[in-house]
Design a protein around this ligand. Sequence first.
Ligand code: HEC
Ligand code: HEC
Ligand code: HEC
Ligand code: HEC
Ligand code: HEC
Ligand code: HEC
Ligand code: HEC
Length: 283
Amino acid sequence: MKQSIPSPTPAGRGRLAKRLRRTFGWFFNLPALLCLALSSAVLISCTTTQRAPLTLAAPPQIPGATFVGNQACAECHEKIHGDFPGSPHGRFYRGDDTHWAPVAGCESCHGAGSKHAATGLAADIVNPRHDPLACLNCHVSTHGEFTMPHHHRVLEGRMTCVDCHEPHGQKTHQPAAGLGLQQRDAVCTQCHSEQAAPHVFEHEALREGCTACHKPHGGMNRGMLVQRDANLCLRCHAQIQTGAAGVFIGKTDHTGFLRGGTCWSAGCHSAVHGSNFSPRLLY
Ligand code: HEC
Ligand code: HEC
Ligand code: HEC
Ligand code: HEC
Ligand code: HEC
Ligand code: HEC
Ligand code: HEC
C-alpha cells in the first residue's frame, strides 16, 4: 500500500518530520544495527572457526516456524509485552508486522514464534538464558570481550548474560537494560559479597562502582582490570612531580615505591576494596 505524503510547506515541515519519524522511526536507528552487523561479519569470521558459519544477526533458528510479530506474544505474555517498549531493545519495534520482527522484536532473541504461539510449548521457542549466542549474534564486540584472557565464564556456560542484564525492561527505574548506576554494583555483589562488605576504612573509589576499575565482561589484564599497573590508581590519585624525578601521591613521597611494582602488590595497598585495619589500605 502506498502512503501519500503532503508536500512540505514551511509550516507543515515540522509535522511532516514528526510523521516521517513515526512511520520510519526504525530507519533512524538502522545505522546502529548495521554497524553491529558489519562488525559481526569481521569478528565472527575470525573468532569462531570451529562453529558453523553464522548468518549476520540472524535470530535463533526454529525449524518450521515463521515470524509472527510482538503482538502475537501479548495474549499469553501480557506483562513482558507491556514492559518491553521501556527496554533499550524495545525502542525499535513494537508492532505486529513481520518485516522487522526478526531483527528487533521478541523473536530477534527468541526465534520465530509461530509454532510456539500455537502450542505454548517451551520446546518450540528459544530461551537465550541457555544460549548466549542468541545475544552475541548482534553484540559481536561483547563476544570478543568474553574471549579475552581474563573473563567471566559465560561462553563456558558457568554464567549467563541474565545474571547481570535484565532483558525485557521490567525494572524501569534501572535504565540501560537493568544497568542503572546503583544497580550495577548490586549486580556484582550478589556473587562477590566480600568486595562490597562494609569496611572500617573504606576506599572511596568503590563509590564510583566496580567498573571504575574492572571490565565487567573480560579484558587483557589480570583481574579484568581496566589498566594493569599503577596507572589504574593514578587515574584518580594525583601524582605530583617534584624536582628531577620525585613523585608525591597524597602527602607521601612515592619516588622509590612506584619502581617496585603495582600499587597493590608487594605489601603496599593490597586492601584495594577497603580495610578493617589500615587507613592506608595496606592490608
Ligand atoms: C498461546 C499462548 C502463548 C503465546 C501466544 C506465546 N506463548 Fe510463550 N509461553 C506460553 C506458555 C504456556 C509457556 C510456558 C511453557 C512451559 O513452561 O512449558 C511459554 C513460555 C515461553 C518462554 C520460555 C521458554 C522456556 O524455555 O522456559 C518464552 C521464551 C516464550 N514463551 C516466548 C514467547 C514469544 C516470543 C511469543 C510470541 C512470539 C510467545 N511466547 C507467545 C504460552 C504462549
Ligand atoms: C534482548 C533479547 C530479548 C528480547 C528482545 C526479548 N526477550 Fe524474552 N527473554 C530473554 C532472555 C535472556 C530470557 C531469560 C530470562 C531469565 O531467565 O531470567 C527471556 C525470557 C522470556 C520468557 C520466559 C519467562 C521469563 O520471564 O523468564 C518469556 C515468556 C519471554 N522472554 C517473552 C518475551 C516477549 C513476549 C518478548 C517481546 C515483547 C521478549 N521476550 C523479548 C531475552 C529477550
Ligand atoms: C558480570 C556481569 C555481566 C555479565 C555476565 C554480562 N554483562 Fe554486559 N555489562 C555488564 C555491565 C556492568 C555493563 C556496563 C559497563 C559500563 O557501563 O562500563 C555491561 C554492558 C553491556 C553492553 C553495553 C555496551 C558495553 O559493553 O558497555 C552490552 C551490549 C552488554 N553488556 C551485553 C552483554 C551480553 C550479550 C552478555 C552475555 C553474553 C553480557 N553482557 C553479560 C555486566 C555484565
Ligand atoms: C537483533 C540484535 C540484538 C540482539 C539479538 C540483542 N541485542 Fe542488545 N542491543 C541491540 C542494539 C541495536 C542495541 C543498541 C540500543 C540503543 O542504542 O538504543 C542493544 C543494546 C544492548 C545493551 C545496552 C543498553 C544500553 O542502554 O546501553 C545491552 C546491555 C544489551 N543490548 C544486552 C543484550 C542481551 C543480554 C541480549 C540477549 C539476551 C541482547 N542484547 C540481544 C541489538 C541486539
Ligand atoms: C553470577 C555470579 C557473578 C556475578 C553476578 C559477577 N561475578 Fe565476577 N566472578 C564470578 C565467578 C564465578 C568468578 C571466578 C572466576 C571465573 O569464573 O573464571 C568471578 C571472577 C571475577 C573477578 C576476578 C577475575 C580474575 O581474572 O581473577 C573479578 C574482578 C570480577 N569477577 C568482577 C565482577 C564484577 C565487576 C561484576 C559486576 C559487573 C561481577 N564480577 C559479577 C561470578 C560472578
Ligand atoms: C580502586 C579500584 C577497584 C575497584 C573500585 C574495585 N576493585 Fe576489585 N580489584 C582491584 C584490584 C587492583 C584487584 C587485584 C587484581 C589482581 O591483581 O589480581 C581486584 C580484585 C578483585 C577480585 C578478585 C579477587 C580479589 O579480591 O583479589 C574481585 C572478585 C573483585 N576485585 C571484585 C570487585 C567488585 C565486586 C567491586 C565493586 C564492589 C570491585 N572489585 C571494585 C581494584 C578495584
Ligand atoms: C575512581 C577513583 C579512584 C581510583 C581508581 C583509586 N582510588 Fe584510591 N581513593 C579514591 C578516593 C576518592 C579516596 C579518598 C580521598 C583521598 O584520600 O584521596 C581514595 C583513597 C585512597 C587511599 C587512602 C589514602 C589516605 O591517606 O587516606 C589509598 C591508600 C588509596 N586510595 C589507594 C588506591 C590504590 C592502590 C588504587 C589502585 C588500585 C586506587 N586508590 C584507585 C579514589 C580512587
